[in-house]
Design a protein around this ligand. Structure first.
Ligand code: HEM
Ligand code: HEM
Length: 89
């Protein structure tokens, strides 16, 4: 398959993006939920960043994760086709 990108390489890139975006979603959710909760101290910051931009980090990393989960799932359609047989084995 010279010239075209092979499946396992494609999976690897997608998985790296998933891992990084997942960690960003979880970390930013802790910031906007525990560290800088809604209705907390006015003007409070974490790492010099206010709550608003942290929710932007959360939304953007969440959207990237959601989009790449769709790509990740399409790369594993064969697995989902095989699932019923695996369950009923
Ligand atoms: C959120 C971040 C996620 C990460 C970091 C992640 C990572 C991985 C990795 C490393 C693999 C094994 C390598 C591969 O086959 O590509 C894998 C396989 C798989 N993932 Fe994910 N994944 C994530 C989310 C999801 C979600 C949300 C679903 C489904 C709802 C899912 C469904 C699957 C399936 C069906 C396989 C193949 C399982 C198999 O062949 O035994 N993944 N994932
Ligand atoms: C691991 C998965 C996730 C966790 C644990 C999580 C957790 C949270 C938490 C704790 C809040 C704060 C709620 C509040 O203070 O009222 C929040 C808000 C929010 N989340 Fe998530 N979230 C996740 C995934 C996502 C994804 C995938 C998206 C978008 C694609 C998303 C978009 C949002 C938005 C738009 C808000 C509102 C932010 C605001 O206050 O303006 N989240 N999330």
């Amino acid at each position: 398959m010279s010239g075209s990108i092979d499946r396992s390489r494609m999976c690897a890139y997608v998985n790296i993006v998933l891992l990084i975006s997942f960690l960003a979603v979880v970390a930013s959710s802790v910031v906007i939920w525990v560290v800088l909760p809604a209705g907390g101290l006015h003007g409070a910051t974490f790492l010099g960043i206010r709550r608003g931009p942290w929710t932007d980090v959360h939304l953007v990393s969440g959207a990237v994760m959601a989009a790449f989960v769709v790509v990740h799932l399409t790369l594993h359609v064969d697995y989902f086709r095989a699932l019923p047989a695996i369950v009923h084995r």
